[in-house]
Design a protein around this ligand. Structure first.
Ligand code: FUB
Length: 339
């Protein structure tokens, strides 16, 4: 919790310059409310962002999120949560699953996490870092971020950082997405300094990487991006991302390492602010989880809230564009029953 509100507001304005998010407290009509479906009713007064959804063998859907402090200071974030459900309306809170206080190598920037399951273990893959970003004099910045991986016997932790170090120190990296293919090989995609559109294989024990970051063939289109998310449906792999940090777009391929073909927009930008998403199939229904910057209940103007929408494919495997709705997936239980 930020105690010095004027300082917090000043820093929020600096962050706004970066995210492009206008932190206006005067527009309460542009958001949904949890009573209607979006944002998702995660409860406990927690502000969440960067939702990564997975369905595990217990039949529940789990959404792993980062956790925004109230009136967050320039994305200074401390811990990660998960939320589980069977109807996407009633959610159970789990966490914190892990905190930067549990790490020996980072003390801040608990940014967008992902999760994976392999060989009977659950993994929380997460970015974290140290230092300070000087937005006025970037040359004075000391900020560094890397990717960690923590292990548990349960999807809800407690997760333990078994390596006690990041997977690598250079290049600077965040926003990990871990995709485990049908043959058990895990692939790690990241947003990294000078290494976007790269992938690295994980070793079988998931405690180290194998080989180098490999540059993928993106068919000649490589805009600024962050927050990659890779999934498979039928014969196609999908590489999806917030293009320019705001617009959700995607590529398709026949292999998890490409070559990829750009297919265009899934969801447009909102409030000129960042978005971060995941895509998963649950009970036969494909779903998009993402976050919105909404001015609902905060003295600090727009803050981030996790949300979800239905996602549909065309016959050729391409994804139909999605609009943000207030209703979201609140009728999921009846919808899947009817199918
Ligand atoms: O939540 C912190 C950062 O903001 C994430 O890592 C990015 O993807 C953006 O959502």
């Amino acid at each position: 919790m930020i105690k010095n509100l004027p300082t917090a507001l000043a820093l929020s304005l600096v962050a706004a310059a970066i995210t492009g998010c206008t932190q206006s407290a005067s527009n309460p009509t542009d958001g949904g409310s949890s009573a209607t479906g979006n944002p998702l009713s995660f409860g406990d007064g927690l502000r969440t962002a960067d939702p990564s959804a997975h369905v595990w063998s217990d039949g529940k859907i789990y959404v792993y999120t980062s956790h925004d402090e109230e009136c967050q200071e320039d994305f200074w974030m401390k811990d990660w949560y998960a939320f589980s459900s069977t109807d996407l309306k009633n959610w159970q809170t789990h966490g914190p699953l892990l905190s930067v206080d549990d790490l020996t190598w980072a003390d801040n920037y608990a940014w967008a996490p992902d999760a994976a399951y392999k060989n009977g273990k659950y993994y929380l893959v997460f970015p974290a870092g140290t230092g300070h970003k000087d937005r006025v004099n970037p040359k004075n910045s000391t900020k560094w971020m890397g990717i960690g991986i923590a292990e548990s016997d349960s999807p809800t932790g407690p997760f333990k950082d078994m390596i006690g170090a990041p997977l690598w120190r250079t290049p600077y990296a965040n926003d990990p997405s871990m995709f485990v293919d049908d043959d058990g090989q895990a692939y790690l995609y990241v947003h990294a300094k000078d290494r976007d559109y790269h992938v690295i294989k994980m070793a079988d024990d998931m405690r180290s990487t194998e080989g180098k970051l490999v540059k993928m063939d993106m068919g000649g289109y490589e805009p600024k991006m962050e927050g990659p998310w890779v999934f498979k449906r039928g014969e196609y792999y999908y590489f999806t991302m917030p293009e320019n940090n705001r617009v959700l777009t995607y590529y398709m391929a026949k292999s998890p390492m490409g070559p990829w073909q750009y297919k265009g927009e899934i969801m447009g930008q909102e409030n000129n602010s960042n978005n971060h998403h995941s895509i998963v199939e649950y009970q036969g229904q494909w779903l998009l989880f993402y976050h919105r910057w909404l001015d609902i209940d905060s003295a600090c103007g727009r803050q981030r809230h996790s949300a979800a929408e239905y996602l549909y494919f065309n016959d050729d495997g391409t994804i139909q564009p999605i609009e943000r709705t207030d209703k979201g997936v609140s009728d999921f239980a009846t919808k899947v029953k009817a199918n």
